[in-house]
Design a protein around this ligand. Structure first.
Ligand SMILES: N[C@@H](CCC(=O)N[C@@H](CS)C(=O)NCC(=O)O)C(=O)O
Length: 310
């Protein structure tokens, strides 16, 4: 991570943990908005902003899906890092079909953070929404970036879908909170638990969340209301990684995904939409997760699983 702008640490996949061995995720550092929502003048312009992502990363892929759903590909360029974290964090290698950083000439993602703030302290995470005009980070919190894409680009959007409709906002926020705690972050808490008790507790919550989703989807197409919302994006990014990474590497193996038929049908429904399907690079997901040495010292990437929905 960066401390006062210096890269100080070999990457530690086990981030902070509390006194019970539970994994704790850091909070994001750049939280600006764009257009009328911006207090500091980040104007709504086509071609000005760049979205840096990793296809391994569920948080980054939320923003990619939102970008596609809103029809903003023409206005915001995307650059992709190598899915395998290095001692210096995310790298631009050009391997596995990823990008070199032709925008900033960076070799590592942390260079963008120190360019934005020479004294930055924190992890150099993806996603990052970058402003080419000022040479700085607008925002590095995926939940904010989804909101920015949903509502800050005004007439530039080519699809008027509203991912956070006002009438559903309370239900969306409630579902998001539950999904984040028990599912999106729950799988990480199971995978990175450093005590049996912390793992047992986390893995149970993960499967409780799957049961809850299966119930919600028994008579509904979407998790909230009768339209696609941000909540469906959040569910999807964890579901699509479930069998590729979390079931094996994170030991989320109480039951197979096929034990949740409504969830499976929902996953297939989402995958039928290009915005969702195009955000999935199974090779990146496997290469990235299985390169976490603390969980997989040999670095061997498994051959399977063969999935009929991919
Ligand atoms: N709060 C962030 C979390 C993003 C995050 O944790 N990204 C991970 C990849 S999945 C990352 O970049 N980790 C690198 C590190 O922690 O050094 C968000 O949702 O945008």
């Amino acid at each position: 991570m960066l401390v006062n702008g210096q890269w100080v640490e070999k990457w530690q996949p086990v981030q902070a943990s509390d006194d019970k061995g539970r994994f704790i995720r850091q909070t994001s550092g750049f939280r600006h908005r764009i257009g009328a929502e911006s207090a500091v003048g980040f104007a709504t312009e086509a071609g000005r902003y760049v979205l840096y992502v990793a296809y391994i990363c569920p948080w980054a892929c939320r923003t990619l899906i939102a970008l596609r759903l809103k029809g903003l590909e023409h206005a915001i360029e995307v650059r992709v890092v190598d899915p395998r974290l290095t001692d210096q964090g995310w790298a631009f290698t050009g391997e596995l079909g990823t990008d070199l950083d032709d925008i900033n000439g960076a070799r590592y993602m942390h260079e963008l953070y120190t360019r934005a703030d020479p004294a930055y302290t924190g992890r150099a995470t993806v996603p990052v929404l970058w402003d080419r005009a000022r040479g700085t980070i607008v925002n590095n919190e995926s939940a904010d970036i989804v909101q920015i894409l949903n509502s800050d680009f005004g007439a530039l959007v080519r699809n008027t879908i509203d991912l956070r409709p006002a009438a559903l906002l309370d239900a969306i926020e409630a579902a998001n909170a539950r999904l984040y705690a028990d599912f999106n972050n729950g799988v990480y808490q199971a995978g990175f638990a450093t005590t049996q008790a912390a793992y047992d507790e986390a893995v149970q919550r993960v499967f409780d969340a799957l049961a809850w989703m299966d119930g919600q989807l028994a008579n509904a197409q979407w998790l909230v209301g009768d339209q696609l919302t941000e909540t469906d994006i959040r569910a999807f990014v964890t579901l699509i990684r479930f069998e590729l990474a979390y079931y094996g590497l994170f030991k989320c193996n109480l039951r197979p995904l096929s034990a949740y038929p409504n969830v499976m049908a929902y996953l297939r429904r989402l995958l039928a939409m290009p915005a969702f399907a195009d955000s999935v690079r199974a090779e990146h997901i496997k290469a990235g997760y299985y390169s976490i040495r603390a969980l997989n010292p040999s670095g061997i990437v498994p051959a399977g699983p063969a999935l009929d929905y991919l």
